[in-house]
Design a binder for this molecule. Structure first.
Ligand code: P1T
Length: 379
């Protein structure tokens, strides 16, 4: 079965009692048992829910994987992976990554005696130097948020010996463009809030693996910690995921056209988009990914004030956090998505006050380009 067929069919069998073609929203917290312990495999919805099970089968299939655990948010899925660790363990993580992930690592898990080292994972020497005997996890984001750096997943695997695990946050690329498990990663995490849900109407996450023992632990944490999605949220993510391939094709076409337009614009200082030949890791992105995605970031040759006024003046790009929906968004990472990161940490990583990030939607490209031109020309 190929990608879109899997997205539309895996886990989506007709419902048995009625024949409903679409998986119902099983809006129930509990299940009536015939006798104590005699039931149909469902006992309590924190533990298991049929709508969630259907979503988990579908999302595992998108990553060509055996197992998936769905969560109430991307951060809950990330927490579940970090919950595999114990006090005294060490983690190496991307220095450029979503600000909320950095906050979770540095302000929650660091308090539980888990040690973190942040390095530019596109530099394999830096990765090797950061590894310790206690290193249990390497946390990779690629492309990174918001600088769109690319990390070589296969080379990371070659540098990181088991039992240390490699987890890849595949939110920006999506399984349509990148399959980290096939490149040697042990776990893939998504914020399904983004491209997989695809319509900016639900918050969710997922942790996917081929390793049955890891999945058992993830399921244990779903049940013990309880950060699971409700049935309606699971259903919304599942509905969105069916059109992932179609949407990603248009996201990418539009993003490439905008990256090329911005790259030539005299008011634009620099564009970060892995699909541009000028991107320092363009060749690696071509090798590792099937496409370059719909995210880009750039700096303008104007003051921060004017850059922020530009962002607010666009008509079709809403000034908003998040990404991956059908509608275009613009954000100012330093004040928005990465506001929880101290300024010196942001500056060191290149998340400067002048940086703007676009989540390019699937509108008609002519309208998006006219919108950008209309807002850039008065600057
Ligand atoms: O928002 P949530 O579903 O909990 O997912 C967190 C998350 C995890 N990983 C990546 C790469 C992300 O970008 C995010 C969330 N990011 C934004 C809200 C944002 O605007 O960048």
């Amino acid at each position: 079965m190929r990608f879109s067929t899997r997205a539309i069919h895996v886990g989506q069998e007709a419902e048995q009692t009625t024949g409903a073609t679409i998986v119902p929203i099983f809006q129930t917290s509990t299940y009536t048992q015939e006798a104590v312990g005699k039931h149909k495999g469902f006992d309590y919805s924190r533990t298991i829910n049929p709508t969630r099970v259907a979503l988990e089968k579908q999302l595992a299939a998108l990553e060509n994987a055996a197992h998936a655990g769905a969560f109430a948010s991307g951060m809950a899925a990330t927490s579940a992976v970090l919950n595999l660790l114990s006090a005294g363990d060490h983690v190496v993580a991307s220095d450029d990554m979503y600000g909320g992930t950095y906050r979770l690592f540095s302000r929650v898990f660091a308090r539980y005696a888990i040690d973190f080292t942040y390095v530019d994972l596109s530099d394999l020497e830096a990765l090797r130097a950061a590894l310790r005997p206690q290193t249990r996890l390497v946390w990779v984001e690629t492309p990174t948020n918001p600088l769109l750096k690319i990390v070589d997943i296969a080379a990371t695997r070659a540098a990181v010996a088991k039992p240390a695990l490699i987890a890849v946050d595949n939110t920006f690329a999506t399984p349509y463009f990148q399959q980290p498990l096939a490149l040697g990663a042990d776990i893939v995490v998504h914020s399904t809030t983004k491209y997989i849900g695809g319509h900016s109407d639900v918050v969710g996450g997922v942790a996917i693996t081929n390793d049955a023992a890891i999945h058992e632990q993830i399921k244990f944490h779903q049940n013990s910690v309880g950060g699971v999605p409700g049935p309606f949220d699971a259903w919304l993510v599942m509905r969105g995921a069916k059109t992932l391939a179609l949407r990603m094709q248009q996201h990418e076409r539009n993003a490439l056209a905008i990256a090329q337009y911005l790259e030539k614009h005299q008011k634009v200082e620099h564009v970060n988009y892995p699909g541009l030949p000028a991107h320092p890791q363009h060749a690696l992105a071509q090798r590792q990914m099937r496409g370059f995605g719909g995210m880009l970031s750039f700096t303008l040759r104007v003051s921060e004030e004017r850059a922020m006024a530009f962002a607010a003046s666009l008509r079709y790009f809403s000034l908003a956090e998040s990404l991956g929906g059908v509608e275009s968004l613009i954000c100012h990472p330093a004040r928005m998505t990465h506001g929880s990161m101290p300024k010196e940490d942001r500056d060191r990583r290149g998340v400067t006050d002048g940086l703007l990030r676009l989540s390019v939607g699937i509108e008609d490209i002519e309208d998006l380009l006219e919108d950008l031109e209309g807002a850039l020309s008065p600057l």
